[in-house]
Ligand binder design. Sequence first.
Ligand SMILES: NC(=O)CC[C@H](N)C(=O)O
Length: 225
Amino acid sequence: MARIGVVTFPGSLDDQDAARAVELCGAEAVPLWHGSDSLQAVDAVILPGGFSYGDYLRCGAIARFSPVMDQVVRAANGGMPVLGICNGFQVLCESHLLPGAMIRNEQRHFVCTDQRLRVETNDTTWTRDFGVGDEISIVLKNGEGNYQADPETLQRLEENNQVVFRYIDGNPNGSNHDIAGITNERGNVVGLMPHPEHNVEELTGPSLDGRTFFSSVLGFLAARV
Ligand SMILES: NC(=O)CC[C@H](N)C(=O)O
């Protein structure tokens, strides 16, 4: 059975939900403490949502220096699948595994909503089971989700097909190019502001679109063995 590591930083909020989603989708969730310098032989890593280190400084700016992140960066650069959800996406940007940065939402309010997204590429480890152009609904809940990058970076992301998700039916936070999620050039590292781990069960609905992230990575790992 595939082993998916879920990192817990001080202030992580959604690590338990991410672990539950991993198990519902048929893998073993392996808890990884932020102070550990071992990834415990996991096959993939999820950096979950929350308020790591209390969101002091920019969100994710302190978590980046957690000992476990040295291992995550090394593994990601070696091709391991890594998914950063919301605060996890912020940590991936702060760690320079993904380009750009997040600033406060344009309207200066915390946003909590069922957000419509368009899938822009399925050429990543975490989106291979989606169709390009699929429109999905995933929970969005953050205060610092306004994705910013310089014009050259935005152009490179667009030209390389590294924009993975775009907000549709309105931009909720002012993100450049309506960007909700991006990937690295290799497609193994994906970060997004919405929370797929909250869209995996009928009970909490409204969609089950989050499951496709987990089926995607599990399919990738199964094909690799
Ligand atoms: N849900 C989250 O992960 C929130 C991330 C971060 N604390 C923010 O408000 O932007």
